[in-house]
Design a protein around this ligand. Structure first.
Ligand SMILES: [Zn+2]
Length: 365
């Protein structure tokens, strides 16, 4: 075991995903910070006892540190974010690392499973569509055989094409979500569960735009392109334009629930396609802001819970006879984190009972 080198990427991703410094890790392992730095560069050995102590600190199963292969794509266009400009770099760094960890967890969870869907993801070259994200959005809608009109459940749609959606609390509302291709070619949508459904839908459509259009570098601003894609994908001009003619503030709640876009999103979309004039748009934005809706909009949309991850978990537990502990360990997580973040629920109660046997037997009442 001493001779088995740990994966430097795994150590770095694990450490950053918990927001720990190299010094924290060095202290826990009882080695120098210099050595940890070396190990993360792939130039230093670390014995199993040290790895076990680091695993304890970072709360990941030790075998995770030996997982081969790259866990992080440096400088690659595979990772996209939708965030506010004021998000501190430190917070973003931690959440990036968490996404790389989720990517690994998902890869392990779906290892050996086939995702059968009615659709598939496409990478479309913007240039072939005249550089128009709107045309790309129309092409994808056609390829996915979507009827005209609003998309009722975008999460379900993305899952039907093999996209994996994971929602968890990011601990900050300044990052809505991000996406990345997994090594199995299934995109992962990693979303902030504390963001309202309307914002999450826009985020998913925006990320879908990145995944579809930006597999190869394209000219122009990718963020603007992703938003233009999202607008057309969620609310195609042909129908939407008609609905927002003579748009007034009191029509926004109904339009929000019909198109499943935020009220602000309705205004922005109407403005973007010039269905309303600039003066009307400014007036509506001001009304929206004066009502305090920038902080929180009323009339929340029904949530769109992901089902694919849950189905994979159920399959392992029911058909493959995994215990919750075994499954969590197989995806390199402790059981509490696995259930909380992947399923949004506490572990089943018998999981807690089993975990007692790992400790000195308590006196039972
Ligand atoms: Zn983006």
């Amino acid at each position: 075991m001493t001779d088995v080198a740990i994966n430097p990427d795994a150590l770095k991703v694990a450490r950053e995903s918990r927001g720990n410094t190299q010094e924290d890790v060095a202290i826990a392992a009882g080695v120098t910070q210099g050595l940890i730095s070396k190990v993360e560069k792939g130039a230093g050995p670390l014995g199993p006892a040290e790895v076990a102590r680091i695993a304890d600190l970072l709360d990941y199963p030790a075998p995770m540190f030996y997982e081969p292969g790259r866990l992080r794509e440096v400088g690659s266009p595979c990772l996209y974010h939708r965030k506010r400009k004021t998000l501190p770099a430190k917070v973003l760094n931690k959440l990036d690392a968490r996404m790389y960890m989720r990517n690994l967890n998902v890869r392990k969870l779906f290892d050996g499973l086939d995702i059968e869907g009615a659709r598939m993801f496409h990478t479309l070259d913007l240039d072939e569509y005249g550089g128009s994200p709107v045309e790309v959005a129309r092409a994808l809608r056609a390829a996915w055989r979507l009827p005209d009109g609003p998309i009722q459940d975008l999460t379900r749609l993305i899952e039907s094409a093999g996209g994996i959606v994971v929602k968890e609390d990011f601990g900050s509302r300044k990052l809505f979500g991000m996406s990345c291709w997994t090594t199995h070619g299934h995109p992962l949508f990693y979303l902030n569960s504390k963001i309202p459904t309307d914002e999450l839908r826009w985020t998913m459509a925006h990320e879908l735009g990145h995944l579809t259009m930006h597999g190869t570098p394209a000219a122009g601003d990718p963020e603007e392109q992703a938003d233009a894609f999202a607008g057309e994908f969620l609310a195609s001009q042909s129908l939407f334009r008609h609905d927002v003619r003579k748009l007034t503030f009191d029509k926004l709640p109904v339009l929000k629930s019909y198109w499943r876009l935020s009220m602000k999103g309705i205004i922005t979309r109407a403005d973007a396609i010039e269905a309303i004039d600039r003066k009307s748009a400014v007036r509506l934005y001001k009304q929206h802001s004066a009502h305090g809706y920038n902080a929180a909009e009323p009339y929340p949309l029904s949530p769109e819970p992901p089902t694919l991850v849950k189905a994979a978990v159920d399959l392992h537990l029911r058909e493959y006879d995994y215990s919750p502990q075994q499954l969590a360990a197989a995806v390199y997580l402790n059981v509490d984190e696995f259930y909380r973040d992947f399923l949004g629920e506490p572990p089943p109660s018998h999981a807690n009972v089993i975990s007692l046997f790992d400790r000195p037997a308590p006196s039972t009442a």
